[in-house]
Write a protein that binds this ligand. Structure first.
Ligand code: CAA
Length: 261
């Protein structure tokens, strides 16, 4: 595969595990690491066979500690714009991908790292994780989608408290205000993430994908238009082999075998 800064493996269940691999710098996304992530997601992720993507960080300490501060400190304004543009492109790609994604937040998820977790559909955190947006300590603010995605999750006021102070919060606090969906013991985070992923991977992939689109796109629309979109999407699901298989399996009292068709 030839990627230095990411590792990837796919299990037979269709669950893919992508780990950011720069543990010495707490998986901070310098240009090379961000490009490896982007290029892999764009070009080499086996999308056809993938049912669920888990994103995590290598090592025992960090998910991703953010954009690379050493590199940013030396960038020109135009280089910084390029860096921000690329991160936006890749995070949008993950957010809008047809497959669902789970962030397994196994440690620090700060700045661009917290923003990567927010681009995923679901977040599970280790009880040791610390999350936050320290950017205002550096003279910037969460600009890889964070200021927009976080407000849609926890509302403007709590998001402002988090962003304006730059303070980190524990996984338990993050759970209380909806920044993560589950907190689990550190040792079992990958086991829990895989179990959740496998429970999604067993379902009809086109239906899961349509539900993701209905939720992501619909939540940005007025209710009337969103309900129209929902109708369109459920009708498109009805016309699939998996819908026929799912209903037949129920009537025959057996597990369905979905093919993603
Ligand atoms: N960029 C570059 N290097 C980083 C880094 C980052 N974001 N985070 C950690 N590192 C490096 C450290 O420089 C250190 O390297 P050396 O061993 O070569 O000195 C190594 O990772 C280990 O880090 P620490 O020694 O600092 O570890 P610690 O346990 O004492 O502290 C920490 C952990 C609290 C996470 C601390 O590393 C830290 O505050 N990191 C910066 C977090 C941050 O500010 N992130 C936001 C970046 S800005 C951003 O992301 C902008 C955006 O909107 C996209």
């Amino acid at each position: 595969m030839g990627y230095e800064f990411i590792n990837f493996e796919k299990e037979d269940s269709g669950v893919g595990i992508l780990a950011i691999n720069r543990p010495k710098a707490l998986n901070a996304l310098n240009w090379d690491t961000l490009k490896d992530l982007g290029s892999f997601v764009e070009n080499d992720l086996p999308k056809e066979e993938l049912r669920v993507l888990i994103i995590t960080g290598e090592g025992d300490k960090a998910f991703v500690a953010g954009a690379d501060i050493a590199q940013m400190s030396e960038m020109s304004a135009s280089e910084f714009k390029e860096y921000v543009d690329y991160a936006h492109k890749i995070y949008n790609l993950i957010e809008n991908a047809p497959y669902p994604s789970i962030a397994a937040v196994n440690g620090y998820a700060l700045g661009g790292g917290c923003e990567l977790a927010l681009a995923c559909d679901i977040r599970i955190a280790s009880e040791k994780a610390k999350l936050g947006f320290p950017e205002v300590k550096l003279g910037i603010f969460p600009g890889w989608g964070g200021s927009q995605r976080i407000t849609r999750i926890m509302g403007n006021a709590k998001a402002k408290e988090l962003i304006f102070t730059g303070e980190m919060v524990s996984a338990e606090e993050a759970l209380r205000f909806g920044l993560v969906e589950r907190v689990v013991p550190h040792e079992v985070i990958m086991k829990e993430a895989k179990e959740l992923a496998e429970s999604i991977a067993k379902r009809a992939p086109l239906a899961v994908s349509a539900a993701k689109k209905a939720i992501n796109t619909g939540s940005e629309m007025g209710l009337d238009k969103a309900l129209e979109l929902e109708k369109e999407l459920i009708i498109s699901c009805f016309d699939t082999d998996d819908r026929a298989e799912g209903m037949k399996a129920f009537l025959e009292k057996r597990e369905p075998e979905f093919k993603g068709k």
